[in-house]
Design a binder for this molecule. Structure first.
Ligand code: NG6
Ligand code: CA
Length: 512
């Protein structure tokens, strides 16, 4: 209550001269999907016809980014419009992690609600749940999405290589039998608890690093759990469940504007497609789950067509970080990929601040409103809160969405409309490495002095790098040649600008 009251005071709804339109908004966020992973972005080993259609009917961005090269920080920034490195505890969330988004932060869901939207999140959460103690798995799990602006949530609580494998609907685990309580923890609960180490030969998917604790559905995971057996799902059924719930929710909320955040689990590990997609591409399960993701997009589009909503709905398709081949399970992603290059022409991938870590597929479609085409404007998932505020005629309070820019004109492909001029790319957590793109210049700051830039080529490997490097993305999109020595002045300027952007606590300018 208190929070809503403060929020009502903080948001000034301005009446614009032009009439405000309120399209439904569906943000589809893929997991670990790289720039080169779709046929509309150059993949040739398999086809993604539904996402390709979305791109053909809308705008396909060549400089569309997520803000971080891991999941939790990108999602945090997408919801709050502020860079995750500004807030402690926003690195990859553990199974019992508390909610990373403070309940008093203004979120994109709040912005939608203020504009009269119904709001939902369906799919992977991975932003932590509960207060200081973490989630109370057998009771009301809060604060969570419902406390930060969503009217409805149906979630995989963390990520599926972490325990537990149960759905969460609003505040509760679905189908939990109170006689078989769910326990989740970091330590082995008993000496005889089967794990990926003690029962390795029984696994249907072997692990390569980490992921060797509790076994469920023949797959060992990060973390331990017991109980909750009636509530446990099969990995194979996740995509179908997301679609069942999304379609139901859209049907039930079609009368008023709605905002749906559909957070697919594809193509995060463990990559376990439904049986009907297993072997779909011949390139292994990593590619098969891309086809499964494409099917989900097709189902959502069919639903919009069936309900006559395609012309009233802005669809934004994006990813939470770049690609990775071996992320802890032996699913032969690398061995079976053939000619496929998941990051397209870019260097690095997940965990990296080279382009491959954050430059990802980004598509907007609003049928008959967005002129189909390709856009080279620089846009980022962190800009969606400010852009939605602008689209619905709201002025953001000064102290919220600190790094979110209104790029709504660029998202809608308006002639002359510009995206951002600069973007900070981060890897994971608070004190990490940074990429800083300004125009076509790219500064890299590796405080760790090593880079996980080979994740797309082999198993995680750190290679030594200089603390600072400079690349000219116009001439060298693959970041192969460090030109810092040729541009000492520019180097100094960019280093200073980045340091300033980090220290000043915000990059969205104050209005007054
Ligand atoms: C890492 C995990 C990786 C993945 C990642 C989070 C190990 C060795 N690696 O710590 O498998 O879960 O966290 O991925 O455990 S993300 O896309 O959700 O950020
Ligand atoms: Ca991810």
């Amino acid at each position: 209550m208190v929070r809503r009251f403060l929020f009502a005071l903080a948001v000034i709804v301005t009446v614009q001269a032009r009439s405000i339109e309120k399209p439904n908004v569906i943000v589809i966020m893929a997991d670990d999907l790289g720039y080169g992973d779709l046929s509309c972005y150059g993949a040739t080993g398999f086809k993604t016809p539904n996402i390709d259609r979305l791109a053909a009917e809308g705008l396909r961005f060549t400089s569309g980014y997520c803000s971080a090269s891991t999941c939790t920080p990108t999602r945090y920034s997408f919801l709050t419009g502020s860079y995750a490195f500004r807030k402690k505890g926003t690195g990859i969330a553990p199974p019992n992690g508390k909610l990373t988004v403070p309940p008093d932060a203004l979120t994109i869901a709040d912005i939608a609600k203020t504009a009269g939207y119904r709001t939902a999140v369906i799919g992977k959460w991975h932003l932590g749940l509960g207060g200081e103690e973490g989630p109370n798995w057998n009771g009301d799990i809060k604060p969570g999405p419902l406390e930060i602006g969503f009217d409805y949530s149906f979630l995989l609580p963390t990520t599926n290589d972490r325990v537990p494998q149960v759905y969460l609907e609003n505040h509760r685990v679905v189908g939990l039998d109170p006689k078989d309580p769910l326990w989740v923890g970091d330590d082995k609960p008993s000496d005889d608890h089967p794990t990926g180490i003690t029962h390795r030969s029984t696994l249907k998917r072997d692990w390569s690093h980490g992921h060797n604790a509790t076994i469920h559905n023949g797959i060992s995971r990060i973390g331990f759990y017991t109980g909750g057996h009636a509530a446990r799902f099969r990995d194979e059924d996740l995509a179908d469940k997301w679609m069942e719930k999304s379609v139901q929710w859209i049907e039930a909320n079609q009368a008023q504007p709605f905002f749906l955040f559909f957070a697919s689990h594809d193509l995060h590990v463990p990559r376990i497609p439904h049986e009907r997609f297993q072997g779909a591409t011949g390139l292994g399960y990593r590619a098969d789950v891309i086809v499964q993701l494409d099917w989900c997009v097709g189902e959502l589009m069919k639903t919009l067509d069936r309900l006559g909503l395609a012309e009233k709905t802005l669809v934004v398709f994006c990813s939470d970080n770049g690609p990775v081949m071996d992320d802890g399970y032996k699913d032969q992603a690398l061995e079976k990929r053939g000619e496929h290059r998941a990051a397209g022409p870019y260097r690095g991938g997940k965990y990296s601040v080279y382009e491959g870590g954050t430059r990802t597929p980004f598509i907007t479609r609003w049928k008959n409103r967005i002129q189909p085409g390709v856009s080279d404007q620089l846009v980022c998932t962190i800009d969606l809160p400010a852009s939605l505020a602008a689209l619905t005629g709201q002025t953001l309070p000064e102290n919220a969405c600190l790094d979110s820019f209104d790029v709504s004109g660029a998202l809608l492909g308006k002639p002359e409309a510009k995206g951002r001029e600069h973007l900070i790319q981060q890897d994971n957590g608070q004190a990490g490495n940074f990429g800083f793109r300004v125009g076509n210049w790219k500064l890299l700051r590796h405080d760790s002095k090593s880079a996980r830039n080979l994740v797309v080529e082999r198993t995680l490997a750190n290679t030594p790098v200089p603390q600072f490097q400079l690349f000219d993305l116009a001439k060298d999109p693959g970041e192969t040649t460090d030109v810092s020595a040729q541009h000492p002045q520019l180097m100094a300027q960019l280093q200073e600008r980045l340091a300033q952007a980090i220290a000043s606590g915000r990059t969205r300018p104050l209005q007054n």
